[in-house]
Design a protein around this ligand. Structure first.
Ligand code: GSH
Length: 311
């Protein structure tokens, strides 16, 4: 099997979710440090439009969104599973709420004015303006990423209190061992409490704090860096390992080979265009050709994405 290559950046919470899972699974992988703001030319050569962070590459197969990335990692390394088939509806729904609503709330709490003192992203006016302009462009057409701190904070504290209560009765949200909900919750908590200004608030949540230390102690696996150019070359010299598949799931009326566009339904409305290779209940895959990366298959989860025939 080709090596796993995680396209990520250090401060990205969703990347932390994947790094922590790879730590739990004690796996070796490669990392590419991608830019925090556009342009991201090497990533675009692979995804053809999708620009969220992180993205996982396995040869010429490119996996978008951590819900799909974590599922794949769990399948590839089935020891210590974090998805249980018996509870997938409940855990899947709770993880989705956490990765969407709780994440939105965590962004407002983590970016509150008092927490930005000392932040690299806001170190000088030009850097701060470039970051704000990039994120405005990123979330154009969406209201899903913005929530006022006055509304967000009580929601955050309510959930931290509930987590603290539950974690005083079991080591993990999954019980004796973590499940995917632990990893989704952890990256939101990490985003807020890695900041020294906010860390002191954890003193109110002893069990939560102990759980964060246990999640942190899993480490990040054995990560070896490579450049974006090297990763693109690997895609170019690999062959797509995905077989075509069509499962009719609705009245979508799509056929394999149709030229389609796929993009998130919440924010980051930058579509990826390509030939439909897989359309199943769980996944949508498009095949595209790139001057630098060659033929690649770009994978998206069904949950949280939309697919339509390209105009
Ligand atoms: N649903 C996505 C969310 C990913 C996401 O929102 N990532 C943030 C960074 S943690 C992002 O893409 N920010 C803009 C960027 O990195 O360009 C997932 O699970 O992967």
């Amino acid at each position: 099997m080709n090596e796993l290559i995680l396209h990520q950046y250090a401060a990205s919470p969703f990347s932390e979710k994947v790094r922590c899972l790879l730590g739990y699974k004690q796996q070796a992988y490669r990392t590419v440090e991608i830019p925090v703001i556009m342009p991201k030319p090497d990533l675009m050569a692979l995804t053809g439009g999708y620009r969220k962070t992180p993205v996982l590459q396995v040869g010429a197969d490119i996996y978008c969104d951590t819900s799909l990335i974590c599922r794949l990692i769990d399948r590839l390394y089935p020891d210590k599973p974090v998805y249980s088939d018996e509870q997938i509806a409940t855990i899947g729904a709770a993880a989705h709420w956490t990765d969407t609503f709780l994440f939105k709330v965590s962004v407002a709490v983590a970016f509150q004015p008092k927490a930005l003192v000392g932040s690299d992203l806001f170190s000088d006016q030009a850097t701060a303006e470039a970051f704000m302009a990039d994120r405005a462009d990123f979330s154009k057409g969406s209201t899903e990423l913005g929530i006022d701190l006055a509304i967000a904070e009580p929601h955050w504290l309510l959930h931290m209190r509930r987590l603290d209560n539950q974690l005083s009765t079991a080591a993990f949200l999954g019980g004796e061992a973590p499940n995917i909900l632990d990893f989704s919750t952890y990256h939101c908590c990490w985003f807020v409490y890695k900041n020294d200004v906010l860390k002191a608030d954890l003193a109110n949540f002893q069990a939560l704090s102990k759980w964060m230390q246990a999640m942190h102690a899993f480490g990040q696996g054995e990560a070896v860096a490579m450049t974006g150019e090297q990763a693109v070359d690997i895609a170019n010299s690999s062959v797509i390992s995905t077989e075509p598949k069509l499962t009719v799931v609705s009245q979508e009326s799509l056929s394999l080979g149709d030229i389609v566009e796929v993009m998130p339904i919440d924010y980051g409305f930058q579509p990826t265009k390509g030939e439909l290779l897989v359309s199943s209940m769980e996944e949508i895959v498009v095949k595209r050709s790139d001057q630098r990366a060659g033929q690649v298959a770009v994978h998206f989860p069904r949950l949280g994405f939309q697919v339509s025939k390209a105009p």
